[in-house]
Design a protein around this ligand. Structure first.
Ligand code: G6P
Length: 371
């Protein structure tokens, strides 16, 4: 096992570091900068079918669900396709209005391809008549047998129970899919998709820069490792980033953590904010930047310590928060990937400071094959 860790103390840390390569493997061979097209040969959907799509139904659990939440923004914003999302366990027991048409594409996202609830929900969507696509990391996994189409994220084996590099690769493939749909549906032009491709190609280098600065994350993680509650807040696409940051922290450090849509704070959780609750605010640039700053001020007024995740060129943020974790500037739609890597490191170093069983957290399994 030690040999497999390649000198890292844990699989999780190794897998966090592998992201420069795994993300490259996800998009390698799929990008054509010349004409801004995305080559998704594995997808059997015709251009006509893509143009006719009226709805996407996303199904996933755990970290894959958080990737799906981000994809909802991508499919709606880039490709103009109305998108719903549900967890496998909820979808299978509600009474959805069935699609009965292949104008609806259902996409199941599952790292392992073995999650019982996700598979059952996909089967139910398939039997209702919609087209199905599985996005997974594992060749030949159960879900690949149920879906009409399969896309592999090619992140390589992930052994840490807490998903890291597979989340990044799921986001990457979903981004490719959204740009692909957007081009075919003529929602974006060649120039725009070329810019998306350029930004994607810079991801491995940008991830490396975050990894190079991991000592700062380690320092802050240690500083707050004894707290009993943590909040993660974000707006727009940073809302699912906040959910995933909180999920990662609770999974491996056992600290109670809540991810919240920052605009919802005043509808309840503000009552819990005190000087003893660190608040991580994902404050990357974009149309909700001013709004998250207002939310930061709300929690500062309750004496919380605020740690912001912000871009390198943001000179304003320090005025509002106590500590800043930096990410390189990138396309707004790709920044969730970079912000998330900072939060993976925060969770990892918090759990390390607490001496937790990082690769095999208590009560959790890598894949949940029973209901
Ligand atoms: C388990 C794992 C999580 C994972 C979830 C969904 O709970 O511990 O890391 O996100 O299952 O797994 P899947 O393989 O379907 O993505």
């Amino acid at each position: 096992e030690d040999a497999e860790k390649a000198g890292y103390e844990h699989f999780m840390l190794k897998e966090i570091h592998e992201q420069t390569k795994s993300v490259y493997n996800t998009f390698a061979g799929k990008l054509s900068e010349l004409d801004g097209s995305i080559n998704l040969e594995e997808l059997n959907l015709t251009k006509k079918q893509i143009r006719n799509l009226t709805r996407i139904e996303l199904i996933a659990c755990g970290t894959s669900y958080n990737a799906g939440l981000i994809a909802k923004y991508l499919f709606e914003q880039l490709a103009g396709i109305h998108t719903n999302i549900d967890t496998g366990s909820e979808y299978r027991y509600r009474y959805p209005v069935f699609c009965d048409s292949d104008d609806v594409l259902s996409i199941a996202i599952s790292q392992s391809g073995e999650t019982a609830d996700t598979i059952a929900a996909l089967q139910s969507l398939k039997s209702s008549g919609c087209r199905t696509l599985a996005i997974t990391n594992v060749m030949g996994s159960s879900i690949t047998r149920d879906a009409d189409d399969v896309m592999y994220i090619k992140a390589g084996p992930e052994l840490g129970v807490a998903a890291t590099k597979t989340f990044t690769s799921q986001l990457t493939i979903l981004y490719l899919l959204a740009v692909h749909f957007a081009r075919i549906r003529r929602n974006i032009d060649i120039e725009e998709s070329r810019n998306f491709i350029k930004a994607l190609k810079k991801l491995p280098g940008n991830i490396q820069r975050i990894l190079n600065a991991k000592d700062t994350v380690r320092k802050y993680a240690k500083q707050f490792s004894e707290v009993s509650d943590y909040f993660f807040i974000g707006r727009y696409m940073n809302y699912p980033v906040a959910l995933e940051g909180a999920l990662k922290l609770k999974e491996i450090s056992y600290i109670h953590a809540e991810g919240y849509a920052a605009g919802e704070l005043k509808h309840g959780p503000l009552a819990l904010i005190t000087e003893d609750t660190p608040v991580v605010a994902i404050a990357t640039s974009g149309h909700t930047y001013d709004k998250i700053i207002s939310n930061i001020m709300e929690v500062k007024a309750r004496n919380a310590t605020v740690i912001a995740v912000a871009e390198e060129d943001d000179n304003e943020i320090e005025k509002y928060v106590d500590l800043v974790l930096r990410i390189p500037k990138t396309d707004e739609l790709l920044s969730p990937i970079l912000s998330n890597i900072v939060l993976q490191l925060l969770a990892y170093y918090t759990a390390l400071a607490k001496g937790c069983s990082i690769d095999k957290p208590r009560n959790l399994a890598k894949s949940v094959t029973v209901e």
